[in-house]
Design a protein around this ligand. Structure first.
Ligand code: URA
Ligand code: CA
Length: 435
């Protein structure tokens, strides 16, 4: 086998065999293939695409390039939920405890985030005392004991993906269905759950800008999951404006707590009920989605979801008093208020711009070694459809220092678009790719 032949096959629009894909991925993980050859193959894949069979083979090879988490010591059907990445996506901290309260074990391994605001692990790290690194044994024991645990990545998960992603990032080859699907699914499958729920984000603040592309990605990822023998369901959800009101690490944990108290924003609450409803169904605690939704709503109304988040915080060393006292969270010192410059209605809150503002304020990372300020971020005071008068507050900004506040402020101001007529409320749940 020869890397040059593999590149030429794809360059000429041919189909790669399982053996060719394995040769490439193995060589890549071992550092045996020079970056220029990997980059050339990635561009050929980007231009000429892969079919479903090639995508399944690529996912499988990347998955086997590293460690796999063994969750067999955890009782019950483990369901993993994954979002393809949005702005202000706090759903894991809400849907996870809700599903756990309904009896589905939630064993969540989560990455640190690159980008706008941190990943779930960064959000949890804003809770005073919270431990985000659990050993595999402690992780397993905690799920068996209280039904939920969240840990940072243990072991070396899909190292081939890490290498390939870094090259995609600098060669203009990120936005390819097969490369995205195999990258996400190799890591999900290595994380060892029995079933997978995917939240495919669609819109200005997401990888997939239009609905057709998001649906195709969802269908492809479902196909890959099922080929690996896992029950897999995908939802396509809107990511044009941020989800909920908070974007930032401590801000989002506070928002999750409010939501579990029944006081959260409607879009975030609805999406979390939906996601937990599916987790309960896929985890076998309910015979169908409708029953999963009914159980989730009951766990939300009774406060059992909130109690489960409290148990999670306490079990991992966090201060459980944060549930009742938001003042215990860090909050950044440099503050700005973004005000409406005219009367009207909010017609757009551009998610990407809000995300960039949050990152500039200190809430996210540009490179993997950047430090996050847990108290930085944005809190929206208005969302799409809301009326506003000139001079009223559209959003609050908290930044690590004055310089960062000044960098983020105009970006956040420009995220808002106002019109004279009231726009219709945009739909959130676009479609479900069921079983
Ligand atoms: N997230 C990933 O992990 N990989 C991709 O390719 C895109 C999003
Ligand atoms: Ca949010």
């Amino acid at each position: 086998m020869d890397m040059q032949d593999i590149i030429i096959t794809k360059r000429d629009g041919g189909k790669l065999s399982r053996e060719q894909i394995e040769y490439f991925v193995k060589g890549c993980a071992a550092g045996a293939i020079p970056d220029y050859q990997t980059a050339a193959l990635l561009m050929a894949i980007y231009l000429n695409k892969m079919d479903r069979e090639e995508t399944v083979a690529l996912t499988d090879a990347m998955l086997r390039s590293g460690d796999r988490l063994d969750l067999s010591g955890i009782r019950g059907v483990k369901v993993d939920k994954h979002s393809t990445g949005g702005v202000g996506d706090t759903t894991t901290l809400i849907a996870g405890p809700l599903a756990a309260a309904c009896g589905v074990p939630v064993a969540k391994m989560s990455g640190r985030g690159l980008g706008f605001s941190g990943g779930t692990i960064d959000k949890l790290a804003s809770i005073p005392g919270f431990r985000t690194a659990l050993t595999e044994e402690a992780f397993r024991d905690q799920v068996n004991r209280i039904g939920i645990a969240v840990t940072g990545q243990t072991g070396v998960i899909a190292p081939a993906d890490k290498k390939i992603y870094a090259l995609r990032d600098v060669t203009g080859t990120v936005e390819n269905m097969s490369l995205i699907a195999s990258s996400i699914m190799s890591k999900k499958l290595a994380a060892g759950s029995d079933a997978i729920l995917l939240d495919v984000k669609c819109g200005g603040g997401a990888f997939m800008k239009d609905r057709q592309a998001a649906r195709e990605l969802g269908e492809l990822m479902c196909g890959v999951g099922r080929a690996a023998g896992k029950r897999t369901v995908a939802a396509v959800t809107a990511m044009d404006q941020p989800l909920g009101l908070a974007v930032g690490n401590a801000l989002e944990v506070k928002e999750a707590i409010r939501t579990l108290k029944g006081e959260g924003p409607k879009d975030l609450t609805d999406l979390c009920v939906f996601l937990s409803g599916w987790m309960v169904c896929l985890g076998g605690a309910a015979p169908n989605y409708e029953e999963g939704e009914r159980m989730t709503k009951a766990a939300l109304a009774s406060g059992q979801g909130l109690a489960k988040l409290g148990e999670l915080i306490e079990a991992q060393g966090g201060d459980p008093r944060v549930i009742d006292d938001p003042a215990l969270f860090p909050i950044s010192a440099a503050r700005r208020k973004i005000r409406a410059q005219a009367d009207g209605f909010v017609s757009e809150v551009r998610a990407e711009a809000v995300g960039v503002a949050a990152r500039l304020a200190g809430a996210g990372r540009e490179t993997k070694d950047d430090e996050i300020d847990p108290g930085a971020g944005v809190e929206l005071a208005r969302k799409v459809g809301d009326p506003v008068r000139k001079g009223e507050v559209l959003a609050l900004l908290w930044a690590e220092d004055e310089e960062k506040a000044e960098a983020a402020r105009p970006v956040l101001q420009d995220a808002f678009v106002l019109t004279e007529d009231q726009p219709a409320e945009p739909p959130l749940l676009l479609e479900v790719i069921g079983e």
